[in-house]
Design a protein around this ligand. Sequence first.
Ligand SMILES: [Fe+2]
Length: 187
Amino acid sequence: MKAAFDAKRSPVLHRKESGYSSPPCYAHEIAPDYFGEPPIMSAEEIVRFLNTLLEAERAGAKLVAALLSEHEPHTPAWKRLADVQRDEAKNCAILIDLIERMSDTASPATSDFLRKALAVQGKAARLQLLNCAQSWVARMINEALPYMEQGFVRGPLFAMQESHLLNIEACEELAKTLEAGWQRDPR
Ligand SMILES: [Fe+2]
């Protein structure tokens, strides 16, 4: 029988939490069954994980909506953000569908990240916060995928991770452009 997934025993999560120390330094933290059959996430753990992602994606979609309202419509920056928002909204729909296919209920909540991000002033600063959230989502998916067996969940999550990586690059470029503009015209 396979062991249940336990994030505290995940060598990947341990490594990241301890700041990517060199391999010999974290060898003692590796779960006993790491090199054998990997532990898997239970259905309950997967739903909890999907709901956490859903709340984060909902916050992302709302944050990008706020950013869009601060940009001149149909400019290159606005179009790039609109693409990101389309992906965030699509991810919410995908996550809700996955949770329902797991015969469970999707969370109606939005991550508290939104409130914190909207309290920050400045387009570039908000974009950087958005990218922090996008990086967090991509990392969480990357770390959880090895512990999931359900193909119908793995496929969409892998695609979601890929789209986040592309959007992170796009938002980084946009933030640089905004920062350069601010330095030329700091109003
Ligand atoms: Fe996202």
